[in-house]
Design a protein around this ligand. Structure first.
Ligand SMILES: Nc1ncnc2c1ncn2[C@@H]1O[C@H](COP(=O)(O)OP(=O)(O)OP(=O)(O)O)[C@@H](O)[C@H]1O
Ligand SMILES: [Mg+2]
Length: 400
C-alpha cells in the first residue's frame, strides 16, 4: 500500500521527534558523565590523602587496640568510597560509550588462576574453599584483560562475601555455542527469585545484607560484559547458594605466538581480500586479531546479510566468511544468493556456526550445488589457518 501525503508527513514528524529525543538523551548522558568525572576527581584527591595517612597510622605500633580499630574504620570507609567513585565513573563511561577497551588475547586458565589467588586471602579468613574446576587450557578470549579480571574479581568477591563460613566456591567453565561460559557457584545465602534481575541495577542491595558493599559491583559487571559482546545471568535459590555465569565469544587453539607452517605459507599467498559477514562486534574484533599477523590480507566486514550481499556483488573478494546467525536474513540465505549469482558463484566461502550438527545437515543440501567449507565456533585457530591455506592454494591452482 502506498501512503498518502498526510501519512508521509506524520511519519516524518514522528521520525524527527525520535531523533530529537535521542539527541536529548545523548546530551543528558554526556552531562552526567562530565558531572561524575569532575565529582570523582574532587573526591579522589582528599580520599587518597585519607587512605595514605590512615595506612601510616595502621603501621604505628604505639596505637592501642581501640585506636587500631578506629584506624580500620577510617580505612574501610575510605576504600568503600573510592570503590564507589570508581565504579560510578566506569558505569557512566559505558553508558556514553566512552569506555575504551584495550584488546588483547587472554588465556582463560591463567586469568582465572590469578584472580583466585587474589581472592584467596579473603576466603581463608572464613575457611571458604575455592575449587577451580574450569578446564579451559585450550581457550582464549580476545578482550580487555584488566576489565576481564575486574569481572572475575567482582563475582568471586561476591561468592566469598555472601557465603557462609566453611563454605565453598566452585568455578567451572565450558564451551557453549560459539562462547565460553564460566560459572561461579557458591554455597552462600542465595538470592530470592524476584530479585534476580534487580541485583544488576546500580546501588541495589538485598534487604538485610549485612556485609559492606556499594551495590555497584554487579551493575558494572553486567554492563562490561554486554559491552564486550557477552551475556550474564544467575541461578539461585534462597538458602541454597547462587550460581553466577557469564559467557563471551572465544577462540580455541594455540595462541601462544610463533608461526606454524600454514601461517608461514599464508604470508606468501599474495594480497587477499576477505569479506566477513557477521553482526557481533566482538566476533569481528576476534577475526581482526586472528588475521593481524598477515599484512597481505585485508578484512572487510558487513554487519548484516543484506549489506554483505551488496558488498559481495559490488567488489571482488578472494574469500567470504559468513556467520549463520545474522540479524536480518539467515546465513544459509546468504550462501544461496552467493551461489546463484554469476559474480560470486566461484568465490570460496567458509561458514561459521555454533550448532555444528544442524550446520552439517544444511551443508549437505547446499554442497550438492557447490562445495563450501564450514567451521564450528569457538573457532579453532590452527584449523582455520589450515583451511585458509588449502582454499587459497586450490584457487591458485585453478587460476594457473
Ligand atoms: N553470590 C551472592 N550471593 C548472595 N547474594 C549476592 C551475591 N552476589 C550479590 N548478591 C546480592 O546482590 C547485591 C548486589 O551485589 P553487588 O556486587 O552489585 O554489590 P555489593 O557486593 O553490595 O557491593 P560492591 O559494589 O562492593 O560489589 C549484594 O548486595 C547482595 O545482596
Ligand atoms: Mg559485590
Amino acid at each position: 500500500m502506498i501512503g498518502s501525503t498526510a501519512d508521509i508527513r506524520e511519519r516524518k514528524t514522528v521520525e524527527k521527534a525520535v531523533i530529537h529525543a535521542k539527541e536529548r538523551l545523548e546530551k543528558a548522558n554526556q552531562a552526567k558523565l562530565e558531572l561524575i568525572s569532575r565529582m570523582s576527581h574532587e573526591l579522589r584527591t582528599p580520599l587518597n590523602g585519607i587512605l595514605g595517612f590512615a595506612q601510616l597510622l595502621e603501621m604505628d605500633d604505639s596505637l592501642n587496640s581501640q585506636q587500631q580499630e578506629f584506624v580500620q574504620a577510617i580505612l574501610n570507609g575510605a576504600r568503600h568510597l573510592l570503590n564507589l567513585v570508581n565504579e560510578m565513573l566506569d558505569i557512566a563511561r559505558i553508558e556514553t560509550g566512552e569506555i575504551q577497551l584495550t584488546y588483547d588475547v587472554i588465556k582463560l586458565d591463567s586469568v582465572i588462576d590469578e584472580s583466585v589467588k587474589l581472592i584467596q586471602p579473603l576466603a581463608d579468613k572464613r575457611n571458604i574453599k575455592i575449587v577451580n574446576q574450569a578446564q579451559l587450557d585450550e581457550y582464549y578470549v580476545y578482550t580487555d584483560p584488566t576489565r576481564f579480571r575486574q569481572i572475575l574479581l567482582n563475582l568471586l568477591d561476591n561468592a566469598v562475601k555472601y557465603n557462609r563460613d566453611n563454605g565453598t566456591v566452585m568455578i567451572t567453565g565450558r564451551s557453549e555455542g560459539g562462547n565460553i561460559c564460566i560459572h561461579i557457584k557458591d554455597s552462600g545465602v542465595g538470592i530470592p527469585k524476584n530479585e534476580h534481575e534487580k541485583i544488576f541495577e546500580p546501588f541495589y542491595r538485598i534487604k538485610g545484607t549485612e556485609v559492606d558493599g556499594t551495590g555497584m559491583g554487579l551493575a558494572l559487571v553486567k554492563q562490561l560484559i554486554q559491552f564486550m559482546g557477552g551475556t550474564i545471568g544467575v541461578e539461585s535459590e534462597l538458602g541454597a547458594g547462587s550460581d553466577f555465569w557469564f559467557s563471551l565469544p572465544a577462540i580455541k587453539g594455540d595462541y601462544s605466538g610463533g608461526m606454524n607452517l600454514y601461517q608461514k605459507r599464508l604470508l606468501q599467498m599474495g594480497e587477499k581480500k576477505i569479506l566477513y559477514i557477521e553482526n557481533s562486534e566482538a566476533n569481528l574484533k576476534l577475526m581482526e586479531k586472528i588475521l593481524e599477523p598477515f599484512p597481505n590480507f585485508s578484512l572487510i566486514s558487513a554487519n548484516c546479510g543484506k549489506d554483505g550481499l551488496k558488498m559481495a556483488f559490488r567488489e571482488r573478494f578472494d574469500l567470504i566468511l559468513v556467520d549463520i546467525h545474522l540479524r536480518d536474513i539467515s546465513g544459509y540465505k546468504v550462501l544461496e544468493s552467493l551461489q546463484k549469482d554469476g559474480r560470486t558463484k566461484q568465490i570460496p566461502v567458509i561458514v561459521f556456526s555454533a550448532d555444528i550438527a544442524s550446520l552439517e545437515m544444511e551443508m549437505l543440501k547446499i554442497s550438492k550445488k557447490g562445495l563450501k567449507e564450514y567451521m564450528a565456533k569457538p573457532l579453532e585457530v590452527g584449523l582455520f589457518f589450515r583451511k585458509l591455506e588449502q582454499i587459497f592454494t586450490q584457487n591458485k591452482n585453478k587460476e594457473n
